[in-house]
Design a protein around this ligand. Structure first.
Ligand code: HPA
Length: 279
């Protein structure tokens, strides 16, 4: 996907605008493994399968529905990605971030990007919710490698505030109001799909990571590149390798995500309604 990326984005946007009419989304949400049910709570929904959107990659992972849902939360029109694709599935990075680029192009200048993650910091427990304040890109690739068409963003984008400090403060305030215990942490992204070894987890902790996962960072980089502001939220679905007394499994990840999904959905619903407070 070189050079013609802007044309591809415009094609997807044209198709989606036809479906959405004058309902312009202001907030985009990317929902991670087992966290997709927020989309079901939206009002006046318009649902479009990824397969019906030109250029959209379709996911192969269980628990990822693969549809885009436009809907209202209070007065705010939100556009929700129910499921995402991952680099480990074999997609190019340009494909992994394509939906993010479409969301931002459609008007979502704020993105809430969520994931299921392993807890690396000793104080984290399965079921904890964490707002991200930074990341470590250890995927070995960067989604911005290659052509940088004019108009998309600058060649060398700043990442000092990749996770918007004001949005993070608002997220914490909303969590307090909703009685949700929300931690703060640094997310390390590895390419996967194998989980980490105990030694890798010790390395990550030494490097300053609190959480580990296989997503989010590409989308956060692409969103920042295009000038969008990001809230990152992790659900700790398991203790990382070597901390956990049991072998890691996708079933455990899905089970924990399911257990906290209601709290998680409540938090992002309350947050989405208040995002326009932040200038
Ligand atoms: N490691 C990597 N990715 C993950 C994990 C983990 O422990 N849990 C959920 N996603």
């Amino acid at each position: 996907m070189r050079g013609d990326i802007t044309t591809k984005i415009e094609k997807a946007c044209t198709k989606l605008r036809k479906r959405f009419g004058d309902r312009t989304p202001r907030v985009g949400l990317i929902l991670g493994s087992g966290l997709g049910s927020f989309a079901d709570s939206l009002k006046d929904r318009v649902v479009v399968g990824y397969g019906d959107i030109p250029g959209f990659p379709t996911s192969s992972v269980k628990g990822h529905a693969g549809q885009l849902v436009l809907g209202r939360v209070g007065e705010t029109w939100a556009l929700v990605m129910q499921g995402r694709v991952h680099y480990y599935e074999g997609y190019e990075m340009s494909e992994v971030v394509f939906p993010t680029r479409v969301l931002v192009s459609l008007g979502c200048k704020i993105l809430v990007i969520t994931n299921a993650a392993g807890g690396v910091h000793a104080d984290l427990n399965a079921g904890d919710l964490v707002v991200l304040h930074d990341h470590l890109n250890l995927m070995g690739v960067n989604p911005l490698r290659g052509d940088n068409p004019d108009g998309l963003g600058t060649r060398f984008p700043d990442m000092s505030t990749a996770y918007d400090p004001k949005l993070r403060a608002l997220t914490k305030e909303v969590a307090r109001a909703e009685n949700v215990d929300l931690r703060t942490g640094v997310y390390a992204a590895l390419s996967g799909p194998s989980y980490e070894t105990p030694s890798e987890i010790r390395m990550l902790r030494t490097m300053g990571a609190d959480l580990v996962g296989m997503s989010t960072v590409p989308e956060v980089i692409a969103a920042n590149h295009m000038g969008a502001r990001v809230v990152g939220l992790s659900c700790v679905t398991n203790l990382a390798a070597g901390i956990s007394p049991t072998p890691l499994s996708h079933e455990e990840v899905a089970e924990t995500a399911g257990r906290v999904e209601k709290t998680f959905v409540g938090l992002i619903g309350a947050l989405t309604q208040r995002l326009d407070e932040v200038a």
